[in-house]
Design a binder for this molecule. Structure first.
Ligand SMILES: [Zn+2]
Length: 224
């Protein structure tokens, strides 16, 4: 089984805005401008084929009632239920896909030293225990982490793909990484999820016009 994750431009912009505000302005308390993590929830569409699932994230809502800190963020236990009930009424065509949180780091060295764009062990534990996300997303929930740091030098750069499940891009003096993990039920019916390395997840932010050699949109006439 493998997975592609696509994110609408609007949602990616909103996620980056949430990450950068929490990074630069903290919780808004004037005494505390420390960078903090933040979290939110994602909705959209999912196409499930035999061995491949495509996620498309079209809605993102930051959770302003989460308890936020520089190295952890804890969801309000009622926020997801409340927001999902609202979205079911306002946008009944959408499915709850999962959640999103940020990892703020000082600079590139800090990210590398801490392997900052990876999910932590506690991320995976929390993900497997989020009942509402598993129930509402048909046992294939999605967890996204966005890592952000400040660059010392700003050079010309395009978005890069350090690994299939990690995409990176820069905006001004800030660099961002998006990492994705997909949950599934293992052979024993227990909740499991894809890991950081050797992941079957492809964060597909930049491939719209990549054309694979030999690909054909239309079958040859004689084959129809
Ligand atoms: Zn995390």
């Amino acid at each position: 089984m493998d997975y592609s994750v696509r994110i609408s431009d609007e949602v990616l912009e909103s996620m980056s805005l949430a990450a950068i505000e929490a990074y630069c302005l903290g919780d808004g308390n004037k005494k505390n401008k420390e960078k903090i993590e933040t979290l939110g929830y994602i909705w959209g569409f999912k196409r499930v084929e035999a061995e491949h699932t495509v996620f498309f994230i079209s809605k993102f809502s930051i959770s302003i009632s989460a308890l936020r800190n520089s190295s952890w963020v804890a969801p309000n236990p009622h926020a997801l239920t409340l927001k999902n009930a609202f979205v079911k009424r306002w946008s009944p065509q959408l499915t709850l896909l999962g959640d999103f949180h940020t990892h703020p780091y000082d600079d590139l060295t800090d990210v590398k030293r801490n392997t900052g764009f990876e999910f932590s062990d506690s991320d995976f534990i929390h993900f497997k225990n989020e009942d509402e996300i598993w129930n509402d997303s048909n046992d294939q929930p999605l967890m996204l982490a966005m890592t952000i740091c400040r660059l010392t030098r700003v050079r010309d750069s395009w978005a890069t793909q350090p690994r299939d499940n990690v995409c990176s891009y820069s905006v001004g003096e800030f660099r961002f990484w998006v990492n994705a993990s997909v949950g599934f039920l293992n052979e024993d019916g227990e909740r499991d999820c894809t890991g950081n390395a050797r992941s079957p997840v492809f964060v597909d932010l930049n491939s719209r016009f990549f054309n694979m050699s030999g690909d054909r949109v239309q079958e040859r006439l004689e084959a129809i």
